[in-house]
Structure formats: C-alpha cells, structure tokens
Design a protein around this ligand. Structure first.
Ligand code: EPU
Length: 432
C-alpha cells in the first residue's frame, strides 16, 4: 500500500506551478465527443480522473494522440459505441457528462451511475429534468443511466429552471444543447469558472453559447462542431490548496499560472486569517509569518467560498487563535475528515452542517486516512504544519485530483515522500 509520509514543521519557500483544472477537464474531454473533427486540448492535468475519462473515450472509439505532457489531440469522428463499460464509468463522478455528450451527438447513451467522493446523497434529478425539457427520456435501469430521444435523434431546444444550483447539471445540459434543434435556456445556472471554460471550449469549436458565468445561459444549437485548439484554465482548487498549505505551515510561496480573480473567494478568507496574499498578473504570492486568526466560513456556489476548499481551510483553522465556525452549504456530508484531524490533536465539534473549531497551539503527526479527495488534501496540509510524522493512507483519492502533489510540495521544502508498506489486509494471518 502506498502512503504519503510527511515530517511536519518545515516552512515552505519557492514557487509552485498550478495544473489545468480537474473539474473543467473532466467536462471538456467528454465534450470532444460532440466534435466532428480533431480537438487539440492543452493544459490537461495528469490526474487519475482524467486518465479514466480518456480510457472510456478510447473504448467508445475516440482516437487520442499525446502531443506532450499536457496536450492531446482527440478525434471523435469515428465513435463506434455509445455504451460506457460498467467497471470504468462507475469509478468516476464526471462520467455523467458522457450522457449529455453522447445523447447530444448520437441521440442515445448508456452510462453507469457515477461514482466519485462520498459526500452524502448525490442525486442527478436536475440533469434528468434538463434532458427531459429538451425531449430526452432518461431512466436509471439496474445502475445504468439509459438515455434516448422521445422522437428523432437530436435534442430540441427547451427551457430549464434548475431547482438547485448544480455545476454538473448546468454543464451536462450545455453539452446536450450544443447540437440541439433550437435554443435552450438554463435558468438558475451555476457560475463556476469551469462552466465558463466549457462554454468557451464549445464556442471555440463552433457552438453558440451566451451567458456562461451568469445565472442564465442561452445555447442556440448548431448543426455541427468542428475541431480546434483550446487550453484548459488553471485549477482554482489546486491553487487554493497550496495557498492553504502555506497558511498552515508558514513561509512564502509564489503560486504560478493562476487566474487571481478565481481565487478571490479564498484570498479574502486567508487575508482575514492574517495571511498575506499579493496578486500579480498570473501569480499570487502567499506569505505567513505571524499567528493565524479565527474566521467563519460558509460554503456556497461560485462566487461564494468553494465547498471543495472547505476541508483544507478547516485544517488551517485548527491552528488559528480563537473559535471558527464552518457551515457547509452544498453537500450533506463533508466532515468525514474531522475524525482524522482529531487524531492529530484538533478540537472540532460537528453538528449537522456546522463545524466549530477551537484553535490549538499545535497539531501532532499521526497515521490518518484520506477519506476522499479534498479530505486527503486537508490531511496533507495538517501534516505539513504538525509536529512529527504523519502518514496518510488511501492516497489514490488524492491522486484523482492533484497532479504531482508530492513533487510540487517537496520542491518548496516540504518533507513529504511516498512510502510503500505491506498491504495490511493482505498481511493479516488467514484464519479458519
Ligand atoms: N444536486 C441535486 N440534484 C442534481 C444535482 C445536484 O440535488 O441533479 C445537489 C447536490 O446533491 C449538491 C448540490 O446540488 O447538494 C450541488 O451539486 P453539483 O451538481 O453542483 O455538484 P457536482 O456537479 O456533482 C461538482 C464537482 C464537485 C464540487 C461540486 C460543487 C465535478 C466532477 N465535481 O460536483 O467537486 O464539490 O461541483 O462545486 O465537477 C471535488 O472536486 O472534490 C468535488 C467533489
């Protein structure tokens, strides 16, 4: 079993290059299925969620050529299959984008119900409502999302009001609507940077999408999408995670290749906590020498504080003077990391969606578990700041969403490495 081993207490100094955005990439890559031509996509993050999406697309008949570490050419002119294999689709949340993309191009799709992090109930009713408003019929049969058209083989423009601001539903409806007959209007749409990135990708391939980044998006369907070149935006959450790491461990790090505007919601909170953040063109300089001060956080859809930064900022607040309150406003169950932080000496009480954190003088290293992707990132942050050795298991969760995390942190002075230990279950003596 692979683990991260961190010897905490070392300040971070240097610079970190941010990779392409995971949650943009996992929608933009499936969006290439809509394109009748070659898409050259740049700034693709090397993470396991992306590898899986590309494997699925290859299985469906996409031809994928690696140009360099972060650039690929994807040709979906000859897709042969609209049925996603069970074992592959179930491993990743974003496989639901294959429903919108495949139905949008071919009129039908069969995609296993998605997996991903366990954050409580993760319904897809708003996706299904959107497809229904465009003349699609989507049922879940034996764990498979089966989508087809009520008539013909194209979606028809429709009006969709989302009952909940949903990133996934907004992007999936955009994918379905890009090649529909007529105009689709999404009201109460999500506004995250990756929504705008998907719209920009589709527009650069010939789509006609207006309003992405506001709460009303209008998509006028076009006959076909042609190929082109597109570069994925930098990852807001990866950048925020390293900003939080500097806040917790102390030091001074330049976070490079970012869009500072996307980080405003995170920067504002770090400033309140006594961390210096200086924005430059495409970098932010993060510095922390003095004590951390308490603050309150409520996670919300963009431009609010991102739920995907909740656990990382929670780890930092464990070391802030005073009492901080976090309110999770998006997911039902995103506090599974709290028990792990308690092992390191954190003082946190959780009641439903609210966590109350009493700052402590120090955290101490311990063996901990990465319960999910962002919870795992929180353990890394706590480990960097803690006294002694922290070992984090289940790091496959972290590798789903962070490219070269160990290398990036080691380059700024963190004492972190991957260690291999015998698989504990396999090592158990057999009984009976
Ligand atoms: N929701 C519904 N019905 C739906 C869809 C969503 O009730 O049909 C609810 C959810 O249960 C949740 C809320 O709406 O309470 C928001 O969910 P959303 O659809 O926005 O989330 P998602 O698209 O499934 C994406 C990211 C998550 C991130 C959320 C919120 C991807 C692949 N995942 O999930 O990222 O937390 O948006 O920003 O883009 C992560 O990267 O760690 C991660 C979990």
């Amino acid at each position: 079993m692979k683990k991260y081993q961190i010897i905490g207490g070392h300040k971070l100094h240097g610079s970190i290059e941010i990779s392409g955005a995971k949650n943009a990439a996992v929608a933009i890559l499936p969006a290439a299925l809509l394109v009748d031509g070659v898409c050259r996509i740049e700034n693709i993050p090397q993470i396991s969620d992306v590898t899986l999406i590309l494997q699925i697309m290859q299985e469906l008949g996409a031809q994928i050529k690696t140009i360099n570490r972060t650039t690929m050419e994807i040709d979906c002119s000859h897709i042969v299959n609209q049925r996603v294999p069970q074992d592959m689709g179930r491993k990743i949340r974003a496989s639901y984008y294959l429903v919108g993309a495949l139905m949008g191009r071919f009129g039908w799709a069969e995609v296993p119900m998605p997996g991903g992090c366990d954050l409580g109930s993760r319904p897809i009713d708003q996706h299904i409502k959107g497809f229904a408003a465009m003349g699609g019929a989507v049922d879940v049969v034996s764990g498979v999302i089966c989508g087809k058209m009520n008539s013909g083989n194209r979606f028809k423009g429709g009006q969709v009001y989302l009952d909940i601001v949903s990133v996934g539903a907004t992007m999936n409806i955009m994918l379905g609507a890009a090649l529909a007959d007529g105009m689709t209007i999404i009201e109460n749409a999500a506004k995250e940077p990756h929504i705008v990135d998907l719209a920009n990708f589709l527009n650069s391939m010939g789509a006609d999408i207006m309003g992405a980044g506001t709460d009303v998006i209008k998509i006028r369907g076009v006959e076909r999408l042609r190929g082109g070149t597109y570069s994925i935006i930098p990852d807001q959450i990866e950048a925020g995670t390293y900003m939080a790491a500097v806040a917790a461990a102390g030091g001074e790090v330049r976070i490079c290749n970012v869009i500072p505007k996307h980080l405003d919601c995170i920067t504002a909170k770090l400033l309140e906590m006594g961390v210096e953040v200086i924005e430059e063109d495409d970098t932010v300089l993060v510095r922390r020498d003095g004590p951390l001060t308490r603050t309150n956080i409520k996670t919300m859809p963009y431009p609010g504080f991102p739920t995907d930064m909740q656990s990382q900022i929670g780890a930092v607040l464990c070391l802030a003077q005073g009492t901080s309150v976090i309110t999770e406003g998006v997911w039902d169950n995103r506090y599974r990391y709290v028990d792990e932080l308690r092992r390191m000496g954190a003082s946190i009480q959780v009641d439903g969606k609210v966590a109350v954190i009493e700052g402590v003088e120090k955290l101490t290293g311990a063996p901990v578990h990465a319960c999910d992707l962002r919870a795992g990132a929180a353990m890394v942050i706590a480990g960097l700041a803690a006294e002694g050795v922290t070992e984090i298991d289940s790091i496959h969760h972290i590798e789903r969403g962070y490219e070269n995390l160990v290398e990036k942190l080691a380059a700024v002075g963190a004492h972190i490495r991957v260690v291999e230990t015998p698989d504990e279950e396999a090592a158990q003596p057999q009984v009976g």
